[in-house]
Design a binder for this molecule. Structure first.
Ligand code: 5AD
Ligand code: SF4
Length: 457
């Protein structure tokens, strides 16, 4: 096989990532480990000596994709027999050894809480051509020193503050894959935030499967948000994913008081029917969820809210589904991520009787999505004429000299501009709106100072 001119000592790597933000950041940690071991990124997958699939198993489709992707590597492996293919992330944790039975192409299986083993496992495979598995729960991704991660360039950085989930939602595989909750010590979080700021990032997204349950000594998430205010150049702070039952008044007050905390919250509700919420064991009622929303809106006026909905949970009746539609009308979310229920082996809901036809579930999903598009279009149109601060991500997918950025409320804005503005703050006037994004035109200074941002809030 033709090799690039200067081959790094250990070889080249490629990481493909599925799933949530937690996984995206774990891939940055895996990349950091590979670079410490002398690997460098491969410009093209055909040049890779190591391919890692960092996988998600939250729904069956995500898991299936991993195995079909593995199959697609056969020609690469035939051309380069020393190519090492690793399966990491949640499918690795759930399937363990059986990954090897499902695909003869995988060489190693590494769980999300054991990532530090990666370099040693690669050595083992190289030396002995064995197939190591490590599913240890050593909290590696929490203890991982942040500066070792190879973060994507840009203005936005992830920072893992907690991992795992102690909840017992009956549909969810995550407690089985990510294990029990563990938090990163608050001084460590602060140190990492300072490092990230010194590296030039302007926005930090704190990550945890149940981030509202963050706890370090006497510091809860609200205290952590307040503590992070001292990192001056971090002008935007977000956190995900919130669980409604853990969204305390302290957290809401911190959102109100801290200038850098963005006015957006992702607050998964899953269903609008109390009976379904009970079968899901979510630990809150529709009323309690709505109270939280009211509380958020009274403390942080204009806050944008997004949510997750599962359609077709076992036994969901037309009446229960109608309750979800009515919740969407009542709350008017700014964004909704909706999914067809996917049975996950080993979860309590897998044993529940279903009885709803797949076609019916699909029709419900389509109805829900159509309603939400209407709501989003209405909400976005109300912003036309307003001035927003955006942080530029880079060139827009639409091309044609367009760039894209996000408002503090996490709305996507496309506007004419130069991709070199990536990482800069800009003031834009919103000139038109669609259901999923806004169109803007630049106005005012390209870079605001902190005092100005506080006024906008
Ligand atoms: N089926 C469908 N969707 C699921 N989610 C979690 N588990 C399942 C499942 N078994 C959804 C939830 C969660 C999001 C990350 O994925 O809505 O909030
Ligand atoms: Fe997927 Fe959940 Fe694992 Fe994230 S934690 S990768 S969403 S299964």
């Amino acid at each position: 096989m033709k090799r690039p001119d200067s081959v790094p000592p250990a070889g080249r790597y490629r990481i493909e990532t599925w799933g949530c933000q937690m996984n995206a950041h774990d891939s940055e940690k895996l990349a950091g480990l590979l670079e410490e071991a002398g690997y460098r990124p491969a410009a093209d997958i055909s040049q890779a000596d190591v391919i890692l699939l960092n996988t998600c198993t939250v729904r069956d489709k995500a898991e299936e994709k991993v195995f079909s992707r593995l199959g697609s590597f056969r020609p690469l492996k035939e051309r380069n027999p020393s190519l090492i293919i690793g399966v990491c992330g949640c499918v690795a944790q759930k399937e363990g050894e059986s990954v090897f039975r499902r695909s003869g192409l995988a060489d190693l299986v590494l769980g999300p809480r054991a990532i530090e083993s990666l370099p040693a496992m690669l050595e083992q495979v190289r030396r002995d051509r064995c197939r190591p598995v490590d599913l240890g729960r050593r909290d590696d991704s929490i203890l991982f020193a942040g500066h070792r991660a190879r973060r994507l360039p840009g203005a936005h950085a992830y920072l893992t503050v907690m991992e795992g989930c102690n909840k017992t939602c009956t549909y969810c595989i995550v407690p089985l894959t990510r294990g029990r909750e563990v938090s990163k010590a608050a001084p460590e979080v602060l140190r990492e935030a300072r490092e990230v700021a010194a590296a030039g990032y302007r926005e930090i997204e704190l990550l945890g499967q149940n981030v509202n349950a963050y706890r370090s000594g006497r510091t809860h998430l609200g205290g952590l948000l307040r503590m992070l205010q001292e990192v001056e150049t971090i002008r935007r702070l977000r956190f995900t994913t919130s669980h409604p039952a853990h969204l305390s008044l302290e957290i809401i007050r911190a959102m109100r008081d801290c200038p850098s905390v963005c006015d957006h919250l992702h607050l998964p509700v899953q269903s609008g029917a109390d009976s379904v919420l009970e079968r899901m064991q979510r630990g809150y009622s529709r009323r309690r969820y709505l109270d939280r929303v009211e509380n958020l809106r009274s403390h942080v006026p204009g806050i944008a809210l997004s949510t997750d909905i599962i359609v077709g949970f076992p036994g969901e009746t037309p009446g229960e589904f109608a309750q979800t539609l009515s919740l969407l009308r009542e709350v008017e979310f700014d964004q909704v991520f909706s999914f067809l229920y996917s049975p996950r082996e080993g979860t309590p809901a897998d044993a529940l009787a279903d009885g709803v036809e797949t076609a019916e579930k699909r029709a419900r999903l389509a109805e829900l999505q159509a309603l939400q598009q209407e709501i989003q279009l209405r909400r976005n149109r109300s912003l036309v004429g307003s001035v927003e601060e955006i942080l530029v991500d880079g060139a827009s997918r639409q091309g044609r000299g367009q760039i894209t950025g996000r408002t503090r409320s996490n709305r996507v804005v496309n506007l004419p501009g130069d991709a070199a503005k990536a990482g800069q703050f800009m003031k834009v006037e919103i000139v038109s709106a669609g259901p999923n994004s806004l169109e803007g035109r630049p106005c005012g200074p390209a870079d605001l100072d902190l005092a100005e941002i506080a006024v906008y809030k």
